[in-house]
Every structure is written in structure tokens, then in C-alpha cells.
Design a protein around this ligand. Structure first.
Ligand SMILES: NC(=O)c1ccc[n+]([C@@H]2O[C@H](COP(=O)([O-])OP(=O)(O)OC[C@H]3O[C@@H](n4cnc5c(N)ncnc54)[C@H](O)[C@@H]3O)[C@@H](O)[C@H]2O)c1
Ligand SMILES: NC(=O)c1ccc[n+]([C@@H]2O[C@H](COP(=O)([O-])OP(=O)(O)OC[C@H]3O[C@@H](n4cnc5c(N)ncnc54)[C@H](O)[C@@H]3O)[C@@H](O)[C@H]2O)c1
Lengths: 205, 205
């Protein structure tokens, strides 16, 4: 079982690699400096998944990008459901990062009668009652929860019944899901804690 | 210069520690398992900042929480400015995670004449023209950018002129800031990449 933090670093390496031409070769030291870690950590992270470097030289950018894309399963299309089409939900629907080819929000749900049936960012809002049947019909495997905290557990249960394998939860509450479902909680205020550290140190990387 | 990834892990340790009573003692192995990393990484991360463990036993939860809170500079109050009071900006204003005692959004700005002067989540929307003077008056050191991409660089320049030391940027564009300003870009779609990895592996940590 690969630690989640290691997988998160792969995403960070992938973004850094995208800034270079395909045929460039980067050493683990160069890649480490780009993302703010050590070259030992880079080598350890990548060898978890296989031997992709050129001994004595480093990593071929094009090839490493391809390998990480495959490891993160970004070389396929994931269908997503979003539940709670409020301020945050609508901002995510409109965000270019959620319209990439590998992730597509396919169905959106809410329990507000005034929203059900209207089209938001190109998708018709469906009732939460329809989560299970819609997810099975479209083969949706990832759910995003952007409802108020008190609704989150009920919504998670409906998503699990609909067959999701992964949940991205924005509601500020601990939700319980079966062992076989991967849960990722997002708390944007943690981003601030990184800033406060560097501001108090007076330095920046 | 501590790598940003190390600081991010401290935030993760801090959240894990909050689930335990103050007088409990946790080994680096136990802490590592809680967050999904190795005990060597935990020890390395913490010794960057000092010796806080009890040799042979581990870390006293209360004491380590206090130390990390101090290292992340969460034992003081930071004033924030938010620019771009749209869907995402308003969702962040209403979010309990941004109303903690250590981070307080103190002033909000927009360039839409229909929004300037009205009160949103308890704060009056000011014109972007007023950023520099308002930030100096309140001693605001952190700026949050939730404007469209094409406005982000201009807004960043105004924040820097107003004296901010750190910027949290949500707009999907690369912005340039002086060396002495700490910039943190947020891309919520990276959270999905972690999910897709675990869904394709069929396991979860
Ligand atoms: N994690 C983070 O960093 C972060 C940041 C901002 C907001 N939030 C959280 O995201 C959530 C949404 O915030 P918002 O500002 O968009 O709120 P909002 O009130 O604008 O939107 C909530 C939506 O959920 C819908 N809803 C309520 N109960 C429901 C249910 N049982 N089933 C389906 N839909 C339901 C509402 O009708 C509404 O459309 C909140 O929990 C908030 O705390 C998290
Ligand atoms: N990073 C992420 O994960 C993520 C997620 C969702 C949205 N976003 C991004 O966040 C931004 C906001 O998204 P949204 O859905 O809230 O958009 P929105 O259109 O609802 O809000 C944008 C706000 O910015 C204001 N604005 C425009 N130009 C401005 C300027 N020059 N100065 C000050 N204010 C200005 C508008 O008047 C509006 O109030 C977008 O760039 C979007 O791509 C990022």
C-alpha cells in the first residue's frame, strides 16, 4: 500500500515535468529542487513504481511523464458526480481544472426543489433521490461532496450505494465510508498554514 | 530553507494529533501510520525544527501540538484580504475553516460595480482600487486571489504594493511575484489525481 503522501508527490512531479520539452533529461536532484524535496525522496518515490531513470543521467522527461500519467491512471477517463450545487459546487463545475479530458463531471445533484431540473454549467440538476440509479447507469466511480456538513454523511451513503469507489469531501465533517471506498477530505485552510510558516520565517522557497 | 512539502506534512501531523488526548504519547511509527508516511520521514521532518521527542518513547501529544502550532505560526492572528468575491470567494468567506482564530479575512475586494458597497458574509465589498491603502491601514499580510485568470496578475501586483508577504492563488494562471513574497497556487483538480491512483490500484490507505 503506497502512502497517500507519495501519490500526492507524483502529481507535483508531473506538474513540474510539464514545463520541460519531452526530450530533456532531468536528474533526480534537478527534479527535487523544482518541487522542494530531496533527490533521495525523488528516487525513493519513483522506484516504488519501477525503474524509469537512465543510470548515471536521470529521467527522460517525456518517458517519466508517460509513466506517472499511467501510474496515476490519468490515461483513462473518469466519470464524476457532484452533490451540492451551491457556491463551491458551481465554482468547481465552472473551473477548467475539472473539465480536463481525464476527469469529467457527468451528473450533478441537489435537494433544493428550486434547483432541481435547471441547467447549471451545461448539466441538469437532478434530485439526490436519483443518485444511486444515475451512478449505476453511467458507471460513475468518483463522487464530490459540496453540501453543508449535516448532509454529507447521508450523501456519502447514497454515493456508496450507487457504486462509487472514491469520494472527494469538502464538507467540514468526518464521514464514514466502507474500507473499499477511498475517501479524500479537502480543507483549503491548510493551504494557509503553509503560508503562515513561511511568512513567520521571513524566507520563501 | 525548509521545503514546502515538509511544512505541508507538519499541517497533516497537527490534524492527526488533534484526535488524541493531550497527555498521550505517540511513537513516530504510530504518527507515520496515521498520516500514511514512514517513521523515518516523521523523525526527519520534526528534527528539522528541533528535538521534541522523549527518547525511546515518542512524542507527547500536547507538547508536539504546541511546538508545531508555534512552528507554523498559528499561535498568532493573521489578517487576510480576499480579492474576487464571486462563487469561490463567497464559498471561502462562508467556510468555517477560514473563520478560525488564527486566520481572519478582514477585507474583501471586487471590480464589479454591482458588488462594491454591499455586505457579503458580514464584510463590505471594496473596490480593487482601494487594495493598497486598505492593506497598509489594517496591516494585512496575506492575500487570496479568487478572480478570473486574466485579472490575477494585476490583482497580485496590487496586493504586493499593499505590502502582502504571502499570496494564496486560486486562479488557473502563473503569476509572478517578487522573491520576498511567498506564493502558493491551489489546484483542486490535483486532489482528484490521488483518488484516481487508488481507484486504479483497487486499494486504499
Ligand atoms: N473544504 C474546503 O476547503 C471548503 C471551502 C469552502 C466551502 N466548504 C464547504 O463546502 C460546502 C458547500 O459550501 P457552499 O458555500 O457552496 O454552500 P452553499 O449553501 O452555497 O451550497 C450547498 C448546496 O448543497 C445543497 N444541499 C443541502 N443539503 C443537501 C442534501 N441533503 N443533498 C444534496 N444537496 C444538498 C444546497 O441546496 C446547496 O445548493 C459547505 O459544507 C462548506 O463548509 C469547504
Ligand atoms: N484552484 C482551484 O482549484 C479552483 C476551483 C474553482 C475555481 N477556481 C478559479 O477561481 C476563480 C473564481 O472562480 P468563480 O467560479 O468564483 O468565478 P466568478 O466569476 O463567480 O467570480 C469571480 C469574481 O472576480 C471578480 N473580478 C473579475 N475581475 C476582477 C478584477 N480585476 N479585480 C477584482 N475582482 C475581479 C468578479 O467580479 C467576480 O465577482 C476563477 O479563476 C476559477 O478558475 C479555481
Amino acid at each position: 500500500r503506497v502512502p497517500e503522501i507519495t501519490v500526492e508527490r507524483l502529481s507535483i512531479y508531473l506538474r513540474a515535468l510539464k514545463k520541460f520539452p519531452e526530450e530533456k533529461v532531468l536528474s533526480s536532484q534537478e527534479l527535487a529542487e523544482l518541487v522542494g524535496t530531496t533527490d533521495a525522496q525523488v528516487r525513493k518515490d519513483i522506484t516504488y513504481f519501477g525503474e524509469f531513470g537512465i543510470p548515471g543521467q536521470g529521467y527522460h522527461v517525456g518517458k517519466l511523464k508517460e509513466e506517472i500519467t499511467h501510474i496515476l491512471a490519468l490515461d483513462r477517463e473518469w466519470e464524476l458526480a457532484l452533490v451540492g450545487v451551491g457556491k463551491l459546487g458551481t465554482a468547481l463545475l465552472a473551473y477548467p481544472g475539472f473539465k480536463k479530458k481525464e476527469f469529467r463531471i457527468r451528473a450533478i445533484f441537489d435537494n433544493d426543489p428550486k434547483k432541481i431540473g435547471i441547467r447549471i454549467e451545461g448539466l441538469i440538476v437532478r434530485s439526490v433521490e436519483k443518485i444511486s440509479e444515475t451512478l449505476s447507469r453511467y458507471g460513475i466511480k468518483i463522487g464530490i461532496i459540496t453540501t453543508p456538513a449535516e448532509a454529507a454523511q447521508d450523501v456519502a451513503d447514497r454515493l456508496v450505494r450507487g457504486g462509487v469507489k472514491g469520494i472527494l469531501n469538502f464538507a467540514p465533517v468526518r464521514i464514514i465510508v466502507p474500507e473499499k471506498v477511498k475517501l479524500k477530505n479537502v480543507d483549503l485552510s491548510m493551504e494557509l498554514e503553509t503560508l503562515s510558516y513561511f511568512l513567520s520565517e521571513g524566507t520563501s522557497t
